[in-house]
Design a protein around this ligand. Structure first.
Ligand code: SF4
Length: 477
């Protein structure tokens, strides 16, 4: 199994979906890289993109077309200006001209060059995307990629050993192995993760990179808590985080504060120690991230975009309302969470198109529960138990986004994942884990079997559940 780093699980990207926005964007970048490597980039006169399976069915609501267009135009999802993303993609479509890789202008006809195969699914994986470049000598170059969840992109003939030359000193595929390494060396989970991360880079770089993820998460919460309006896509969902923020701080509903983030955080901390209000803050943090996510905002994929609000909300809860909060704690939280995410990726899936929402919100909740349990002083066994409890109560959760938009039920669902994570961590640190009757490995296996039993219509197709009963005309680029 391919080794997975903390920076594979957590990636800076743009909303609204890791598998349907970030993955296709990365696939477009990879295709451009392939053309450049082969020396064919300079001869490309047209590029056609075909979307299959779940990418086609919910791509319009998930911004897949926008991601493909901007990826082909050479924009970088991690650094590009997030304001006006849709307008830039729409402008390219309206002009009928695309600057390939930011270097060469070629023709682009939306109806011909971005094709949604609604009734076709490629056998390897439901999220298939094929790029075909026509060259000036009349020949064609085609590559097919699969967006397998969490922004991970692979090809059918993909062999991990050919791509990653890193050998981890303490490889883990099961929670029992995590526990065994920690017991043998007297480590906590983040210590074990850091030992493995050294195979990629020095410890200082890992720490700095993880703190940078936290910076992006904080800024995302802050932006979401200070932005009003209606989400794009046609569902007319009004943003709530900013209203909640003002209400919690006792501010005038019409006020538009521009105080700096640190000052705002101090006000949040001072505002309450009351359970109901803390609960409301955690919900507000999660809403803020996922409202940003729904608007092509900059988020950290954790481990997916649809579930990007759970971990920042729980981490912000720790940061604002825990007396022991520190930057070291933040790093340890995220390292612990990444180990849990990688166990789910290796033993089950983090793709809603493969496993429904249990694979997104369920996994993020399990990750957050373990991270928080560690920060609250939990043992290794208690952290694993916290992850198990959180997932146990997400088993079977389907993915049925209305209109294929990552808004309903997705945005509120992040609040539920965050609250369950906090509950799971608190239960675990109050328990003797040797009395637990279900292990994390067992719940991961159960989640995977449940995923396989789940009907296809409940796996990010917008053809079942809420998506069937609430209709919306999706407005897209
Ligand atoms: S329902 Fe869950 S899995 Fe599906 S798009 Fe929304 S958050 Fe993601």
């Amino acid at each position: 199994m391919e080794p997975i780093s903390v920076f594979d699980i957590f990636k800076v990207g743009v909303g609204p979906s890791s598998s349907h926005t970030l993955g296709p964007w990365r696939a477009a970048q990879r295709f451009l890289g392939r053309l450049r490597e082969s020396g064919e980039f300079g001869g490309a006169v047209r590029v056609r993109t075909e979307l299959f399976g779940s990418l086609a069915k919910t791509g319009r609501g998930h911004g897949t077309g926008v991601a493909v267009i901007l990826g082909l135009a050479g924009e970088d999802y991690a650094t590009c200006e997030t304001r006006g993303i849709e307008e830039r993609a729409r402008g390219i479509a309206e002009r009928g001209r695309l600057v390939l890789g930011g270097e060469r202008e070629i023709g682009f006809v939306l109806a011909e060059d971005l094709v949604y195969h609604m009734d076709e699914r490629l056998p390897f994986h439901t999220n298939g995307i094929r790029f075909t470049a026509r060259l000036d000598d009349g020949s064609e170059v085609a590559e097919t990629y699969f967006s397998v969840g969490g922004g991970f992109v692979v090809q059918e003939d993909y062999h991990p050993s050919a791509h990653r030359q890193v050998t981890l000193p303490y490889p883990t595929e099961r929670a029992s192995e995590v526990q065994a390494y920690c017991r043998e060396h007297g480590w906590t989970i983040p210590q074990l993760v850091m030992e493995n991360e050294r195979a990629w880079r020095p410890e200082g770089e890992t720490r700095a990179g993880v703190l940078d993820l936290w910076r992006v998460m904080r800024e995302c919460i802050y932006r979401g808590c200070h932005t009003d309006g209606t989400l794009p896509g046609g569902l007319d969902v009004r943003r709530r985080a900013a209203r909640f923020n003002r209400a919690m701080l006792g501010e005038d509903p019409s006020s538009r504060s521009s105080r700096p983030i640190e000052e705002w955080l101090k006000l949040v901390v001072k505002s309450t120690s009351d359970f109901t209000r803390i609960n409301r803050w955690v919900s507000t943090f999660a809403l803020a991230v996922n409202e940003e996510n729904a608007c092509f905002g900059r988020v950290v994929t954790a481990p997916t975009n649809g579930a990007a609000g759970v971990i920042p909300a729980v981490l912000m809860y720790y940061w604002c309302f825990s007396e022991q909060a520190s930057e070291d704690g933040v790093v340890e939280f995220l390292l612990t969470a990444s180990e849990i995410g990688s166990l789910f990726k290796k033993g089950a899936t983090i793709s809603a198109a493969m496993g429904g929402c249990q694979a997104e919100i369920g996994v993020s909740s399990a990750m957050a529960a373990a991270g928080l349990a560690h920060c609250l002083g939990g043992s290794v066994a208690q952290c694993l138990m916290a992850a198990e409890i959180a997932m146990e109560h997400h088993l079977g959760m389907t993915c049925d986004p209305i209109g294929g938009l990552v808004q309903i039920p997705c945005i509120e669902r992040n609040t539920m994942g965050a609250i369950k994570a906090i509950t799971a961590a608190n239960i675990a640190i109050g328990c003797d884990p040797s009395e637990a009757r279900v292990t994390l490995d067992e719940v991961i296996r159960t989640m995977w079997e449940t995923a396989q039993d789940m009907g296809t219509k409940y796996k990010e197709t917008a053809e079942g559940g809420l998506a069937l009963h609430v209709s919306v005309r999706v407005i897209e680029c």
